[in-house]
Write a protein that binds this ligand. Structure first.
Ligand code: AMP
Ligand code: MG
Length: 359
């Protein structure tokens, strides 16, 4: 018998990620067995927690969309354990795709290729003729994929619109009672979803920024295009999911483009209007801010520490007794591009500048 606590039908398996041959442990074998039988299971990856289903089984994939409340025109990323499986799933691994596989897989990157017809449930690809494939490097994700032996479609394991989960607790907060089980492998590392790269052409195109940066990709393949929609709201994004509001905290979030002194001026201005203010900020800026509540999110000197704790901070802000949340913008260099992409969506694109301060 596998040890696990049954919570309203959702099993929580706690696993030790340092165990050798994790794929042979009873917890992973049971979770893989459920996957193969058409159930959905949440599991940790190095980016965020994923909600997995057998990508070849439409009934199973449908359960992902139902549990998340995800729009059906938003395709899912397919996860595999080994790049050798790629040729059974895609029409052609293009030369740039091959270079990116060799440089970054396994790792936090999803690569889009023309799909092989008749392999995936149509729900996975939302009717597109392409498919996004990812080879995660997290030991639990690898073990589950290896034990299941099927390609696993897995979006982030949150209710649609909410911040992505970076711990099993976040998954349980959103999906307890709606899914078969959650494998708890501790906090995720990077904390932001994978970089999504269209590899169908000669030059790769970044459709969603992530921890593998445009510069890192450029270094490998020489040239990279960033989807113009990531910079210009008026452009239609090439990744269908990028058009939706995401990561929204319960209280309205405003970004402040400026210094911590400018942020403090906005705190004071909102307070004069009788509002209670929560501020999400870094360790370095904490002492400079006087607000009703402050959440500290990583260090200014290390953008990856901010990526790691961004979603946890947004989720923590939901329980604050405040009316409005404020956060400074971050430099859009390296992983800062992904952080600002997620923060802008979380804020519904509300960015305050000096010009918005009442005279
Ligand atoms: P999530 O599953 O929430 O991490 O989101 C996956 C992202 O990848 C969404 O923005 C999708 O729209 C995008 N995506 C997945 N498959 C494709 C594809 N074949 N073409 C373009 N974008 C895709
Ligand atoms: Mg998501």
């Amino acid at each position: 018998m596998v040890e696990g606590c049954e919570l309203m039908g959702t099993t929580l398996w706690i696993v030790d990620i340092n165990v050798d041959e994790l794929w042979e442990t009873p917890e992973i074998k049971q979770a893989a067995d459920y996957l193969c039988k058409g159930e959905v299971i949440a599991f940790p990856t190095e980016t965020v927690y994923g909600l997995g289903a057998n990508a070849t089984d439409s009934q199973a994939v449908k359960k992902i969309f139902e549990a998340k409340g995800r729009p059906s025109d938003n395709p899912l990323i397919v996860h595999i354990a080994d790049p050798k499986q790629m040729k059974e799933l895609v029409d052609e691994v293009t030369p740039v795709g091959q270079q990116l596989i060799e440089a970054f897989c396994p790792g936090p990157i999803s690569l889009i290729f023309k799909k092989k017809e008749g392999v995936f449930s149509e729900l996975v690809t939302a009717g597109l003729d392409t498919v996004a494939i990812r080879i995660p490097e997290h030991p639990v994700a690898f073990a589950l994929l290896r034990a299941a032996g099927v390609p696993v479609a897995a979006p982030s394991a949150n209710r649609s619109g909410k911040p992505s989960p970076t711990s099993a607790e976040h998954v349980m907060d959103d999906l307890n009672g709606f899914i078969k089980g959650v494998i708890d492998g501790g906090e995720t590392g990077y904390g932001l979803e994978s970089t999504v790269v269209d590899c169908t052409g000669e030059v790769p195109v970044i459709l969603r920024p992530g921890s593998i940066t445009a510069d890192a990709i450029k270094e490998v393949v020489g040239e990279v295009i960033v989807d113009p929609a990531l910079k210009d709201e008026k452009e239609a994004p090439r990744a269908p999911g990028m058009k939706y509001r995401h990561y929204a905290p319960d209280h309205p979030l405003y970004l402040v483009d400026g210094t911590s002194e400018l942020l403090q001026s906005f705190v004071n201005q909102f307070k004069r209007d009788g509002k209670r203010i929560g501020v999400i900020t870094t360790r370095e800026n904490q002492a400079k801010i006087d607000a009703d509540a402050i959440i500290v999110m990583g260090s200014q000197a290390d953008l990856s520490s901010i990526a790691h704790s961004l979603y946890d901070s947004l989720r923590k802000s939901d329980v604050l007794d405040v009316d409005i949340l404020l956060s400074l913008c971050f430099p859009e260099e390296g992983v800062g591009q992904a952080i600002m992409n997620r923060l802008r969506k979380a804020a519904g694109n509300r960015v305050l500048t000096q010009a918005d301060l009442a005279k």
